[in-house]
Design a protein around this ligand. Structure first.
Ligand SMILES: [Fe+2]
Length: 195
């Protein structure tokens, strides 16, 4: 069980958290535990993307490999943002075990179905954290979560777009190579309808 402790000493009125850093507002215990679990979820997503990058690399689809390698890096960045936030709030960062990721898929469509599902689950986790932060009156955390939720909306949109293009290709090698070439050039987002 994660504890959000507060302590003060006789020479300073400033409260400190478990890491010994100055802490402006104690963190709700359940919210803290949720943030720690979310950090693990981001690290797990990074491992999964890395496994997917390997799967495509083994099949000569370098654009897919490059894209998924970049996503693995993005997820590690997200974990870093959560760690930074916990430190900023005077909390300690608990690193939990990351499970070995899945490494076998039937084809590209199955991989990207898993990508979409994974991104949707990360969004659900953020939504739960958001609700917990609101219940706890923790505005700092809702402000921290806002850009992360926006990032998830973009990630889901991108995953849906790539899954749609893969479905359109119907496993045709020439069509898959077109998508692979696009990903090699960094083209992975849907066209915006906004001017
Ligand atoms: Fe993420």
């Amino acid at each position: 069980m994660v504890q959000s402790t507060t302590s003060t000493n006789t020479t300073s009125p400033v409260a400190t958290g478990p890491a010994g850093r100055a802490m402006a507002q104690p963190m709700d215990g359940a919210l803290l535990e949720g943030l720690q679990q979310h950090l693990t979820m981001e690290r797990q997503a990074s491992a999964t993307y890395w496994a997917m990058a390997i799967w495509f690399g083994e099949r000569e689809l370098r654009g897919f490999c490059r894209y998924l390698k970049g996503e693995a890096s993005n997820e590690q960045h997200h974990a870093g943002l959560v760690a930074d936030y916990l430190v900023a709030r005077g909390q300690t960062v608990l690193l939990e075990a990351v499970a070995p990721p899945r490494q076998h898929w039937q084809g590209a469509e199955e991989v990207f179905s898993a990508v979409f599902q994974m991104e949707a689950e990360v969004t659900s986790s953020l939504q739960q954290l958001y609700a917990m932060a609101e219940r706890a009156g923790d505005v700092r955390t809702t402000v921290f979560l806002d850009p992360m939720v926006q990032g998830q909306i973009d990630s889901e949109n991108e995953a849906a777009h790539l899954l749609g293009r893969i479905r359109f290709a119907q496993a045709n090698p020439a069509a898959m190579l077109v998508i692979d070439g696009e990903l090699s050039e960094g083209k992975h987002a849907p066209e915006s309808l906004a001017l």
